[in-house]
Design a protein around this ligand. Structure first.
Ligand SMILES: CC(C)(COP(=O)(O)OP(=O)(O)OC[C@H]1O[C@@H](n2cnc3c(N)ncnc32)[C@H](O)[C@@H]1OP(=O)(O)O)[C@@H](O)C(=O)NCCC(=O)NCCS
Length: 318
């Protein structure tokens, strides 16, 4: 068995890498939300100023049997890398996962990283081997979130009449960009991350624009925001991605600014986004820390149910 780096200029190799990852993950996780091939292709073929990414593959008798991804942040968290390792079911417990991990660690060390983080998601009914594997390579739990799923349509949640709904798709309109950036940065500072010791990512207009441009290539990006009628001040937003050509949405950030809390804006903004979706979108995924009581309750009240437990793991590699 040989570990090699994926040649991202080779479309057939890209496809093979993606298929092995998808089959490996799906084997244990019927509710997994996986990037579409189009979304993977965007990330794998367009370079980014903010991230350096490497993909590895384990090849046995000419077949790819396992894959790994390493992401290195380039602007902040320069001591850290993020990784994921996946091995096809028929090829497990033979050291393939560990060999991929070793390749990831060696590359991360070359770039001066001293710790590696990763997410392990476990199905509620039949938990897979992810946590045992992560523990075996020296990782410990730093944070936990629930993965929740809702079937659409959901009963609507009304927006407080003191607020107007401001919604857009794709790029945030110029007139709202300053307010939207302020809210996005508040979100990055406020979101609970447990024991994960992370620098907060700071978005400026250029970084927001780069992220919007990349995301729009693979996702229908939908934002619903609430603007107070009395003074035009924005009180919160909710961000939803619908991968092109799929039947599901992925609920990303929802933030209510501190002075606007207590008006059920979070539920109303999510609900506004879902109500506006085309009929072929029938499910929405989201992630919430179980101890983030306000948001967990908002989600279950809206109609979400927990389908997986997600563990943020981290291993020292210095
Ligand atoms: C987790 C995964 C990558 C392991 O791949 P693998 O090739 O079987 O891993 P290895 O054979 O190198 O196992 C390394 C160690 O992990 C632990 N481990 C792996 N699978 C295990 C299992 N089913 N039960 C208990 N321990 C397990 C063991 O300590 C093992 O060492 P050992 O075989 O000497 O006892 C694979 O099961 C998988 O792809 N699962 C789905 C995706 C996933 O959860 N990835 C982890 C998130 S990054």
């Amino acid at each position: 068995m040989e570990i090699r780096e994926l040649d991202t200029t080779d479309p057939a190799a890209l496809r093979a890498w993606y298929d092995v990852r998808e089959r490996s993950v799906r084997a244990d996780r019927p509710y997994a939300l996986l990037a579409t091939y189009a979304a993977f292709e965007v990330v794998a073929t367009a370079s980014s100023t903010y991230w350096s990414r490497t993909w590895f593959e384990a090849v046995d008798a000419g077949q790819v049997v396992g894959v790994a991804e390493l992401e290195l942040p380039l602007e902040e968290n320069l001591d850290l890398g993020w990784c994921e390792v996946s091995v096809l079911t028929g090829h497990r417990r033979r050291g393939t996962g560990r060999a991929l991990w070793d390749a990831v660690v060696a590359r991360a060390r070359q770039h001066g990283r001293s710790r590696l983080g990763g997410e392990v998601s476990l199905d509620l009914a039949v938990p897979g081997a992810g946590l045992a594997f992560a523990t075996a390579v020296g990782a410990v739990e730093k944070h936990r979130e629930d993965h929740l799923l809702a079937d659409l349509p959901l009963p609507p949640a009304q927006l407080d009449p003191a607020y107007d709904l401001v919604a857009w798709r794709g790029r945030c309109p110029d007139e709202h960009r300053a307010a939207y950036l302020a809210m996005r940065n508040q979100m990055n500072a406020d979101v609970p991350t447990g024991d994960l010791d992370l620098d907060v990512e700071v978005l400026d207009d250029a970084r927001l624009a780069a992220s919007e441009e990349r995301l729009m290539r693979a996702y229908d990006v939908r934002v619903a925001a609430a603007r107070r009628r009395s003074d035009g001040v924005f009180g919160g937003y909710s961000l939803l991605f619908v991968p092109h050509g799929t039947d599901h949405g992925w609920q990303d950030d929802t933030l209510v600014m501190p002075e606007h809390r207590g008006h059920r804006l979070g539920a109303a903004l999510k609900s506004a986004n879902y109500a506006d979706l085309p009929a072929h979108v029938t499910q929405v995924h989201t992630w919430t820390a179980p101890d983030n009581t306000a948001m967990h309750r908002t989600n279950t009240t809206l109609g979400f149910r927990v389908v997986e437990r997600m563990y943020e793991m981290e291993a020292p590699i210095a």
